[in-house]
Design a protein around this ligand. Structure first.
Ligand code: TUI
Length: 313
């Protein structure tokens, strides 16, 4: 299937993998790229040396294009931004902020730039700065979320900019992909469905929680600190929500409560203290499959729905 996204990135299918912190490593990214999508390594809060190592590992595992997701709130954002330009990674996606100050440097290095946006204002800003496309991510997604839903955000971003738009948040199968096309997107980014891929090295406890999730199993915490994140409801999120609602509980201590919780979920499989980020479609993810099987299933579903339909996407 050819779309503006497959053309821009030089990939076979219009599917990107989300840059999930502590989860999206060279193993998952190379598997997605080898299966014809765009795999992404998450730079999360890691330093440049760690991310460089992962990039080089990925290059030994695939000769296809891949990307690095830069979380703009990372304390190492400046050094990581410079390093991805030095390494000339094919694609950079960004999250949780405005990447405009890095765009010139990345463009000069030939890096394709796809910022994640949660509003039309940021979409227009990054288009002006020189972004190649935007990923419009609705609040159905896991992790750091904006206010708008995918259904409301994607068409408004499509109308606001002239660069290609990728839809993210709440997409896990062919129906979601075709819905994204109907809204004017030229591809999708999926995170939660790839969480349970065989090639995903996340803890067994994490996969178990995603596979057991139902429609109403996720919730958003962290609004009080300005960093709302969606995760699977657990003892940890319930406790966080309680502390967050207690106006006598200081912000600093709330911040402290969250430190290390993503690592505890992804690496240690700590069911009590871990924060298991996942999107609202976790309830639709029922089977551990290889990345190739996941991509084949999404494409088969989409192609069946699009039989006889001719869309210019
Ligand atoms: O970034 C994500 N998802 C994430 S980041 C993350 S790590 C984290 N850990 C603790 C607290 C916060 C984050 C886990 N999941 N997705 C992309 C995304 N970006 N979603 C929403 C946004 C966004 C929101 C507001 C981007 C820009 C924005 O406005 C920025 C501005 O400065 O205008």
């Amino acid at each position: 299937m050819q779309t503006k996204l497959t053309e821009l990135l030089g990939i076979q299918y219009p599917i990107m993998q989300g840059g999930m912190a502590w989860i999206a490593d060279a193993s998952l990214a190379s598997a997605v790229s080898n299966a014809g999508g765009l795999g992404i390594i998450s730079a999360m809060n890691a330093n440049a040396d760690w991310v460089r190592e992962e990039i080089r590992k990925c290059r030994t595992m695939t000769d296809k294009p891949f990307g690095v997701n830069i979380m703009l709130m990372s304390p190492h954002v400046e050094e990581v931004a410079k390093m991805v330009a030095e390494e000339k990674v094919p694609v950079v996606t960004t999250g949780a902020g405005n990447p405009s100050r890095f765009v010139k440097m990345w463009k000069e290095a030939g890096v394709k730039i796809l910022p994640v946006v949660a509003s039309t204002a940021l979409a227009k800003m990054v288009e002006r700065a020189g972004a190649d496309a935007v990923i419009a991510e609705g609040g159905e997604s896991g992790g750091h979320v904006g206010d708008l839903t995918t259904m409301a955000l994607v068409p408004q971003v499509v109308d606001a900019v002239n660069i290609p738009v990728v839809a993210a948040g709440g997409i896990a199968d062919g129906r979601g992909m075709v819905a994204a096309f109907a809204l004017g997107a030229c591809g999708v980014q999926m995170g939660t469905r790839f969480l349970v891929a065989k090639e995903c090295t996340v803890s067994a406890e994490y996969k178990k929680k995603v596979l057991a999730a139902k429609d109403i199993s996720t919730m958003v915490t962290g609004r009080r600190l300005g960093h709302p994140v969606r995760a699977i409801k657990t003892a940890y999120t319930n406790q966080y929500a309680k502390l967050e609602a207690d106006s006598n509980y200081p912000d600093e201590k709330l911040e402290e409560f969250g430190v290390g919780s993503l690592r505890k979920a992804a690496k240690d499989g700590n069911a009590e203290e871990g924060c298991f980020l996942a999107g609202q479609i976790a309830g639709m993810v029922k089977e551990e499959q290889t990345v190739a099987e996941i991509i084949a299933d999404v494409m088969k579903g989409a192609e069946k729905l699009m039989e006889g339909v001719k869309w210019d996407v």
